[in-house]
Design a protein around this ligand. Structure first.
Ligand SMILES: Nc1ccn([C@@H]2O[C@H](COP(=O)(O)OP(=O)(O)OP(=O)(O)O)[C@@H](O)[C@H]2O)c(=O)n1
Ligand SMILES: [Mg+2]
Length: 415
């Protein structure tokens, strides 16, 4: 058994997928035992019953640039040590026998993985690390997951050298998104971006995000001042509040427009919401971001300022805000939008534990608007001779009246 299953068990974490390495066998041996081949590029098989992954021990040599340039050598002669040598991190290059008791003494660990696990170090195994540029993203993602681990200086140096040599330029969008989205879901997503920034990969993969560091915001609203720092605080707040992926992606991208604010208007960011929307579109197309994430992020980018200030709005403006967010048709998504806005407000230095009443209030406003009996209003409108779009106008008016009545009630209860 190799990889994450061994690592996580040694850490005392719950078991995930188990991966196996097979030494001394050919693909024909595997097929004869009923294993089903699944690897397109590598000799990997699924166990006929458990469906766990069994890979023939292999070495990989790089034959070209980017993700696809591998020359794979799998043969019965390849040893377990050789297979472990081509893996990414020492903590992922520990092998345990089938039927392992979990004791650290029983593992095969030629590269000091147990020592690094105990010391909390993410360290590459050998120079073979270079052969797969996705590993740059993996290290960053593991840093977000094991947030008390540090990256060995020689590993960061290697990552830097790889980026310098252009290795991050050829990553396929699907792999980038896969790793980014997984890293966003870890406990401390900011660490992933910190590392990608430190090795130069962020400027290549997400220049719109990289640009946010060094951009000031007004200190009275943003005591942390730096926009990059703020966005990282927002992301970590999203993790703290257990937000789903689409919300975390919206947190990452909500302020992209601040990166292109003209220098002469800084530290103010007039109109950044519209610029965020445009930059988000480009980024999402480039990385083929799933629609659910894009749509959530688009609403948050455009409306977060209006949502923060929604306490000042009257009934008509409140209804327009709900409509612009498409909240009446997508209440579930609107709940996510509000959560992202809370993360934005609390992702500021000194505001981490401040209340964000806008969230509960707008969610209540939406309930009020949704409670309007549209069928009854439409029937009443028709009875009065309204047709087509006029019926819609009746419904809007009824919703606005419902919001106005609710606002009056809310005023009385706070007075
Ligand atoms: N680009 C990669 C991907 C995987 N591996 C190796 O393959 C193992 C299994 O990969 P994967 O399941 O993707 O990662 P895990 O380490 O198991 O982590 P997770 O908990 O995220 O599954 C890793 O531990 C590592 O040894 C690698 O060296 N380089
Ligand atoms: Mg795994």
């Amino acid at each position: 058994m190799v990889g994450g299953a061994v690592r996580d068990r040694l850490l005392g974490l719950p078991a995930g997928d188990r991966d196996w390495v097979v030494v001394g066998a050919t693909p024909e041996d595997m097929a004869a035992r009923g294993f089903v081949p699944v690897g397109r590029d590598f000799p990997v098989f699924l166990h006929p019953e458990t469906h766990e992954e069994y890979a023939l021990a292999r070495t990989e040599r790089k034959s070209g640039r980017g993700y696809r340039g591998f020359a794979v050598h799998a043969a019965p002669e390849v040893t377990l040590e050789e297979d472990l040598a081509r893996r990414d991190l020492t903590i992922n290059a520990i092998a345990a026998p089938a039927g392992w008791s979990g004791a650290a003494g029983e593992v095969l660990d030629p590269y000091g993985g147990v020592r690094d696990l105990r010391a909390g170090v993410l360290r590459h195994v050998t120079d073979a690390f270079r052969e797969d540029p996705v590993r740059i993203l993996r290290v960053a993602r593991f840093a977000a997951r094991f947030s008390d681990f540090r990256v060995a200086p020689e590993t960061l140096e290697l990552m830097r050298a790889m980026v310098e040599e252009g290795e991050a330029d050829h990553l396929v969008p699907e792999r980038v998104w896969q790793e980014l989205s997984r890293g966003l879901m870890e406990d401390k997503p900011s660490r992933m971006f910190e590392l990608l920034r430190a090795c130069g990969a962020l400027a290549v993969l997400l220049p719109e995000v990289d640009r946010l560091w060094g951009v000031p915001q007004r200190a009275e609203y943003h005591p942390e001042v730096d926009t990059g720092v703020h966005v990282m605080m927002v992301l970590d707040m999203a993790a703290r509040l257990d937000a789903p992926l689409a919300v975390r992606f919206a947190c990452l991208t909500h302020d992209l427009g601040k990166g292109t604010t003209p220098a002469d208007v800084l530290p103010r960011h007039i109109g950044h919401e519209q610029r965020s929307g445009r930059l988000l579109k480009g980024l999402s197309e480039r990385l083929r971001v799933p629609n659910e994430c894009r749509e959530m992020a688009d609403v948050v980018a455009r409306e977060h300022g209006n949502i923060h200030r929604s306490g000042e709005l009257g009934a008509a403006a409140l209804l327009r805000l709900l409509e612009r967010c498409d909240a009446l048709r997508k209440p579930q998504r609107f709940a996510g939008v509000l959560l992202a806005c809370e993360c934005d407000a609390r992702g500021r230095l000194g505001f981490e534990d401040s209340p964000y009443p806008q969230r509960a209030r707008l969610s209540e406003a939406l309930q009020q608007a949704l409670a309007v009996p549209t069928a009854e209003v439409a029937a009443e409108a028709a009875a009065q001779g309204a047709q087509g779009a006029q019926v819609g106008a009746w419904i809007r008016r009824a919703r606005e009246q419902a919001l106005a009545a609710w606002l009056r009630g809310a005023d009385r209860s706070t007075a």
